[in-house]
Every structure is written in structure tokens, then in C-alpha cells.
Design a protein around this ligand. Structure first.
Ligand code: ATP
Length: 380
């Protein structure tokens, strides 16, 4: 039997938009299908003009259509959605329009909008990555831990809340800024990790001079106006230290698990301790310490403890928590970060990547919560 247009539509149904992770058919992106013998023409409406995912969508559509028996060639052409169509997409993916971005007359922060990650039935584990001071590798740990969790098959998102020293987009190698669909921000996905950062809204070499209340609102918007789609994990790269941002986030994310990154030298512990104690003061549990730059392995296999040793263990014991892992100092990690090629992607079997994979496993398996949250079990 010859292939019909309905057959093609069925074949396209499992094709997902690469970042919205929903069927392109359900999203209303397939605007037309025409079969002519062994050739099929498919017209796809992109959510936004100049959509950076066009090539990937072409590949997916072509592969699905050409998988049909009797179809030899698929030609894909593109159009762009109208405002109404975009509004419909936002409604499909982001639910009730009254509670989501873009529904307000003045787009932006909507007072009182719920933060999904704070809701009892939200399945997402929120990992807050903290450090006492800058430069210990907190952003590198956040980036590579996120990728390691994604490599375990988890859906992972990152909020770069290091508003003054945002570096995640560069480190992870983000290819394009977030897309805006009817006021809803769709975070770009790289190596299986979705990410949003102040870096998308400020120039790299311009200092962020926003004051506390504006930052507070910006972060709240990162948690509400962005289409996160209930990932398994949300990692938050906190600014170093114990300032207002960390406290704001604690109030936004009361179910956050805190992980403190430190270096091995004893002097660093005093500063890192403050971050840990601050978390405990705002009632967040410090779930573990990750020691970074623990040693450098020479060509002959000798380990050189350039920054001393024992700091991570000591900090963990002071904070009453566990040390989850030690990440060695590897020049390729820094080079990869600078070039947007994370070590966990470039050298997945290397010494540092194995350390990140083990920390990811510990968090994912050993520290998995035993309690499940059910809305219906909420005691009022
Ligand atoms: N294990 C490591 N091996 C080699 N270089 C590393 C390692 N960890 C971090 N670095 C490098 O150290 C520098 C600081 O790291 P990073 O930016 O992750 O720190 P940070 O604690 O987030 O700092 P800030 O909060 O100031 O942004 C970067 O150049 C990074 O590439």
C-alpha cells in the first residue's frame, strides 16, 4: 500500500523538539505533509525565526520520514509560527497560562507565582553547590557534576546563580542563548544539560552592578519563567561566600541539598565552613563536601599534593557530613573549561572524569531520598 499523509504524520509523532522535549506534532510544528510517490515534503513551523535547532530538527524529521517503507526521500522546509501559535506552544509545555510567564500585561516577574522546585510534589532534586570563597572550582564542579549526572541518563538543569562571576555557559560550551517563546525562556541544552545564566543577559566583560533586590528578582525569574520541565536534578551554582543571594536561594528552594566545594589546604577550611554553617542556619542540609584540586599526578604516576591534604575530610567532619570525593588537579580540565569543552565530555575515562562520575553516582544512588513527596499526603 502506498504511504499516506496520515502515515507520515504518525511516523513524525515520536519526533521531539530537541529542547522542548515534546512531540513536534503535538506542539503544532508540523504544518503540512505531501506525499508524491517515494518522496515526501514536510513543512515545519519553527517556534522562533532563526531557530538554532533547525538543522537538528531537519535531521530528525528526515530520519523519521525516510524510515517509512516506500519513502526514499524527505524534503523539509520551514516557516515560523505566528504569535498565537507560539502562545499555544507555551500553553502545551508550560501548563496553565494564568500562572506562567508572558501572561502578565507587563512581561517579567509575576508576584506570587509559585516556584515549582519548592512544591512538595516536584520530583526534582535541587543541589546547591556552594563554596566559602572564589576560585576553588565550584563552577567547574557544578558543570562536570551536571554532565556526569546526565551521562547516567538523568535529566539535568543548571542555574548559574553566580551572578557576578557567571561562567557556566562558557565552561559547558553553550552554543546559543535561550529561546523566548511567548515570554517563556527555553534554556539551551548542551551535553544533555539545560542551563540558564546571568551570562545570557549581561556582557561577559561588563560587571553586573545590579543591587540585591534586582538580583533576587532575576533569580526568582530564573526559577519561574524558565521552562524547566521537572528535571531529575537542578544544580545551582551559588556565588562564593555567604551573601544575600545564597540566602535568597535558600528561601526559594527550601528542599535544596547543599554541597560544599573546597580545596585541600587547611586555611581554606575556615572560609568554607562559613558557607556550610550558613546553609545550616537557613535550615538546609549540607549533604556533602567535594574536595577539588586534591593532587596532581605526575607522568610517573606519583601524586603531588600541591595544596596540602586532609581539608575536605576535616571540613566534612566539622559540618557533620560526608566527603563525597576528591577531584585531582588536571590541566586539561582548565583548558577544557576555557574552551567550552568540559573534561567529562572530552576525556570521560580520565582521572578527573572518573572522580566526577563517582560523586554523581554517590549523589544519585547513595544519597537518593527514601521519602517520596506526594501532594495528596501533605498535612494541612
Ligand atoms: N580540578 C581542576 N584542575 C585544574 N584546573 C581547575 C580544576 N578545578 C578548577 N580549575 C580551574 O580553576 C579556575 C577556577 O575554577 P572555577 O571558576 O570553577 O572556580 P569557582 O570556585 O567557581 O570560582 P568563582 O566562584 O570565582 O567563579 C578555572 O580556571 C578552572 O578551570
Amino acid at each position: 500500500m502506498p504511504v499516506t499523509e496520515a502515515d507520515v504524520l504518525e511516523a513524525l509523532r515520536p519526533v521531539e523538539d530537541p529542547e522542548l522535549h515534546r512531540s513536534i506534532v503535538d506542539l503544532g510544528m508540523v504544518k503540512g505533509v505531501a506525499v508524491d510517490g517515494g518522496t515526501v515534503a514536510v513543512r515545519v513551523a519553527l517556534t522562533v525565526a532563526g531557530c538554532p535547532l533547525r538543522a537538528e530538527i531537519t535531521n530528525r524529521v528526515t530520519e523519521a520520514a525516510e524510515g517509512l517503507d516506500g519513502i526514499e526521500r524527505a524534503d523539509v522546509d520551514f516557516t515560523v509560527m505566528t504569535d498565537e501559535e507560539r502562545a499555544a506552544v507555551r500553553e502545551v509545555v508550560h501548563g496553565d497560562p494564568a500562572s506562567t510567564a508572558g501572561s502578565q500585561a507587563a512581561h517579567g516577574h509575576a508576584e506570587g507565582r509559585a516556584i515549582r522546585f519548592a512544591e512538595p510534589d516536584c520530583p526534582t532534586r535541587v543541589l546547591l553547590v556552594a563554596s566559602g570563597k572564589g576560585g576553588v572550582g565550584k563552577s567547574s564542579v557544578t558543570t562536570n557534576l551536571a554532565i556526569s549526572l546526565a551521562q547516567r541518563g538523568k535529566s539535568v538543569a543548571v542555574v548559574d546563580a553566580d551572578v557576578w562571576g557567571f561562567s557556566i555557559p562558557r565552561m559547558i560550551g553553550v552554543q546559543h542563548p535561550p529561546m523566548v517563546i511567548d515570554g517563556m525562556l527555553v534554556p539551551p541544552e548542551t551535553h544533555g544539560v539545560r542551563c540558564i545564566s546571568m551570562g545570557f543577559f549581561a556582557e561577559e566583560d561588563t560587571p553586573v552592578i545590579w543591587r540585591g533586590p534586582m538580583l533576587h528578582k532575576a533569580l526568582e525569574q530564573f526559577l519561574t519563567d524558565v521552562y524547566w520541565d521537572d528535571p531529575d536534578y537542578l544544580l545551582v551554582d551559588l556565588p562564593p561566600g555567604t551573601g544575600d543571594i545564597a540566602i535568597s536561594l535558600a528561601s526559594f528552594l527550601p528542599r535544596g541539598e547543599v554541597y560544599v566545594v573546597t580545596t585541600p589546604q587547611p586555611a581554606a577550611q575556615k572560609v568554607a565552613q562559613r558557607a556550610g554553617f550558613m546553609a545550616q542556619k537557613v535550615n538546609l542540609e549540607v549533604k556533602g563536601v567535594i574536595e577539588n584540586m586534591s593532587w596532581f599526578t605526575g607522568d610517573d604516576g606519583t601524586r603531588y599534593e600541591l595544596f596540602g591534604s586532609g581539608g575536605g575530610e576535616e571540613l566534612a567532619s566539622t559540618l557533620g557530613t560526608k566527603m563525597l570525593g576528591q577531584v585531582p588537579l588536571v590541566p586539561a580540565l582548565r583548558e577544557g573549561s576555557d574552551a567550552g569543552r568540559p573534561i567529562t565530555v572530552e576525556e570521560p575515562d580520565g582521572e578527573a572524569s572518573r572522580a566526577f562520575a563517582e560523586v554523581a553516582r554517590t549523589i544519585d544512588v547513595d544519597l537518593a531520598p527514601t521519602r517520596r513527596y506526594h501532594r495528596e499526603l501533605k498535612i494541612v
